[in-house]
Write a protein that binds this ligand. Sequence first.
Ligand code: TRP
Length: 510
Amino acid sequence: MLAHHRPKWKTHIGFVLATVGSAIGLGNIWRFSYLCYKNGGGAFLVPYIIALFVVGIPLIVLEIGLGHKMRGSAPASFASVSKKWEWLGWWQIVFVMFGIVLYYSVIIAWCLNYFFFSFDLSWGPNPDNFFTEVFLMNTDSPFSIGDVRTIILFSLAVVWFLNWVIVFKGVQNGLERASKVFMPILFILTAVIIIWGLRLEGAAAGVAVYLKPDFSQITNIKVWMDAFSQIFFTLSLGFGIMIAYASYLPKKTQIVRDALIISGINCLFSLLAGIGVFAVLGYMANTTSLPVSEVVTESIGLAFVAFPKAISLLPAFSNLFGILFFGSLVIAGLSSSISIIEAFASGIVDKFHYPHKAVVSVLCVAGFLGSIIFTTQAGINWLDIADHFLTQYGLIIGAIFECIVIGWFFKVNKLRGHINHYSGWKVPIFWNFCIKVISPLILIAILISSLIEEFSHNYGGYSPVAIILIGRDWLIYSLFAALIIAFQPWRLDPRQRMLIHEKEEDKKVS
Ligand code: TRP
């Protein structure tokens, strides 16, 4: 018989906050604003919103609908469609759990270090030098590994410990409770940062640079690519996370409305966080008498170089500002990393019926050990290559298959029928066309253009050997691992498993 009961969200808001927590991550704070600035300011919102409606929302509806119908993690859900496709579910969660989250957690660890550095502004007068030479002690090649940076290793252990504590406690007492604490704190911190930022001198000029629309950019194909890939990463699509989270929903639920709420909150957060970021950059440009274009950077450069510089320049309470900023990055990051650990753990539990707590413990230890390579002196180079390949290719290829499997093999209309049966707001028939044709075509176009770029020059100027070993092979090994796991026998046939959970659910309802 069934070895476990499927956990459930205690409250509906708990589910929404947990999915929003997964969606809102470092990408919303440090990537969106830069993309927007670079790609035509306010005009970028046009491709971004189109991407949201044409790919983002259709896919999030698909993932929530699939997890809800199949009552299982990504592998269990795909296996219920057909055993042939089980590997796809495994692949998604394997390369996110044993790829993306390994370096993502190291970035959270850096944020934690910088949180403490903020107390006395330890980065001193030259944050640039401090970050690469003093903090990371970066070597210039991925193959000169050097030593593990103990200060990073230590905070990494804290990050994995927190991941463990939260996911170990299960869906209701762990993920749901943590999200209910994390998300309000994150929203408040962000609001404080935005208001504080906007009151600084030069803020308005910074925000103007961020949002001033330049519609001439709209014809540029790269701008559209950026919009689509950002939507994808920011909504955690193709990670297998939404599928797992939706499988803990009760039968009666509002799939369409939830998909709109989750993506709406996520995108609004990005837009607002961008205002905070550019207000601060505007202030920095103003005090250093440089144009804003000279002070903007994205991602790692923004958080660990530009922001520390700006923080040091603040007239008052600068350490408090740093604490708030890095604190919010830590929270945004943690609420995303816990989501993939749960998504992976639920895959293992569904298939092998091992106890959840044991699975999570093993996963977190393995995750911590796997992350250590990124804490070495070559860490940032590894991170850069792995990130490029796993997000540019892994997520996109996984999602293309996802659309094809559901659109063409499963008969997308069946899933639409299921969603509309429970959902108050209905999925229009146009959705079928999005999943079957539009989304996969757009994703294939992104894939091809990335591949062309890949072959035209070595990514980031790294040696081809490094790119092959750290980038391409990571994807290939994770695919092998997925295939090996997919070939293992199920404790209980996946369809039967689904039916049992369905019955269990019906009993509760009646
Ligand atoms: N959506 C997140 C962001 O914008 C990324 C993310 C979601 C993530 N879930 C994750 C990253 C799990 C790593 C692991 O940053």
